[in-house]
Design a protein around this ligand. Sequence first.
Ligand code: FMN
Length: 215
Amino acid sequence: MKKFLIFVFSLLIFIPLISCRSDDGNKINRKAENPVDTNNNILIVYFSRAGENYDVGYINIGNTAVMAGYIKDYTGGTIFEIIPATPYPEGYEDMKKVSQQETANNIRPEIKNQLENLDRYSVIFVGSPIWYGEPPMIMRTFYDTYKDKLAGKTFVPFGTHEGSGVNSCTRLLKEYFPNAKIFEALGIKGHEVNNSRELVGEWLQKIGITKKEQK
Ligand SMILES: Cc1cc2nc3c(=O)[nH]c(=O)nc-3n(C[C@H](O)[C@H](O)[C@H](O)COP(=O)(O)O)c2cc1C
């Protein structure tokens, strides 16, 4: 009887382990191995610009800011908005000129606010719009400033765009942190962000970063 019980328990332990493996025998790593305890270790960093933008007219809250808000609601993470020391123009045409100039001159626009206590966080969401196929130069300022303190963190890229996608956000992270664990990014079209709360929830479920059940 004892031997039989040991056999049954062994099956209970090993069957789930076997079913977590992909066909080539490697563990699937698109998803967090254990649901991440989101109560205090998640930081959501983003840059976003309100004002006149492509396909949305004049907006009071930037598209990426809306997306960051959804992530906060689902994860309970702490928000840090990257605020430029010199505000960007509200008009779309003026903004395009400034963006082109920043990229052409490899500028690092100054950040007004400071991020404290980075050691409290282990999972960092990083979000931005896409300007001319790339994250805005101010994201480079952010990485340059906090590179040392961000070493060893796990990253989750996200952003809004109007067709380019957000692969360039992941690429930039890999450029700065080649050995970091980086989760699959989510990009949303800016003009669709107001209807995308559930999509963000599904993505977080898929990558395994969900809010711990509140008791
Ligand atoms: C200067 C500028 C350049 C842009 N270039 C691109 C681009 O190359 N590809 C793209 O898909 N969207 C581009 N867009 C659209 C923005 O990525 C999109 O509107 C985004 O949702 C804006 O986010 P925000 O409101 O958080 O700043 C550009 C917008 C601006 C203002």
